[in-house]
Design a protein around this ligand. Structure first.
Ligand code: ATP
Length: 268
């Protein structure tokens, strides 16, 4: 569905590559999370998918096509993109912000607005919020609108860049649950980046843990990071030793529990 084939990227004026020789295949219908420390190249990788950042070498394929050969505008319209700080246009109402993305894809205004209202409901917002401007929303509401915007054109691929980075932990948790339930209903291919390993374990069915210059430290389902960490970097980043996390079955679900028995996350 999305394939990174030995991609590298050095930004102009930079002595070191942001991404060096990275390869990974994102399976259709999966939720894949790239996780790693700040500056390891996560956002660069995500932006290579919709050609906001070009690869210097290597190939990114989306739906089997080399993205460098696809019209970038068409490509971006075919992929939902949820940005770090919601990315809403401040001078347009919430409903317009969402509807405009559908209109860009060719949907007529009336239909686009109806669909936008449906999307607001889908992400758990009152449709009346659609009349407000982005500055009149809480951080969590703005992030939900960002997700509605990413979904309104019904893309088969959704890219999410630290979508819950700007909100407090309680709101963040609510948004994470929302994404899990949306994914159950819609089964899109989701590629998300975060620096939060708990979030990666909660949301990802495949987690790619990255080190400097997007070096792959470990790839696999969340539980493998705890049961079979590939190296000391993985152990350190997951905090597996310090927190003594383990995987247990509870009510038929695999959950990650800490030393005190507190549930820290649910594995899909
Ligand atoms: N436009 C740019 N010009 C120059 N250097 C850049 C640019 N964008 C990113 N970089 C550098 O490339 C490296 C990777 O950045 P990137 O934003 O991809 O990392 P990240 O893992 O997403 O970080 P964070 O979690 O802090 O958002 C960093 O060293 C960063 O400073």
């Amino acid at each position: 569905m999305i394939e990174f084939d030995r991609v590298s990227r050095t930004y102009p004026g930079s002595a070191h590559p942001a991404v060096a020789d990275f390869s990974h295949r994102v399976e259709p219908g999966s939720t894949t999370v790239f996780v790693g420390p700040s500056g390891c190249g996560k956002t660069t990788l995500l932006r290579m998918v919709n050609r906001m950042v070009p690869a210097d070498s290597g190939t990114v394929r989306v739906r089997g096509e080399d993205v460098s050969a696809v019209d970038p505008v068409q490509l971006r319209r075919s992929i939902g993109y949820v940005m770090q700080h919601s990315g809403l246009l401040p001078h347009r109402t919430v409903l317009d912000n969402v509807a405009s993305v559908a209109q860009l894809g060719g949907t007529r205004r009336k239909e686009a607005r109806e669909r936008a209202a449906d999307m607001l409901r889908l992400v758990g917002l009152d449709v009346d919020l659609g009349r407000r401007y982005p500055a009149e929303l809480s951080g969590g509401q703005a992030q939900r609108v960002g997700v509605a915007r990413g979904l309104v054109a019904d893309p088969d691929i959704l890219l999410m860049d630290e979508p819950f980075g700007a909100v407090d932990p309680v709101v963040r948790r609510g948004l994470q649950e929302e994404i899990l339930s949306l994914q159950e209903r819609m089964s899109k291919t989701i590629l998300m980046v975060t620096h939060d390993i708990d979030e990666a374990f909660l949301l990802g069915d495949t987690v790619v843990l990255l080190g400097e210059q997007a070096r792959v430290e470990q790839v696999g389902p969340p539980e493998e990071f705890l049961t079979a960490p590939a190296n000391d970097n993985v152990r350190e980043f997951t905090g597996a030793e310090g927190r003594l996390l383990s995987v247990e079955k509870r009510d038929g679900r695999d959950v990650v529990v800490d030393r005190s028995g507190r549930v820290r996350g649910v594995l899909q």
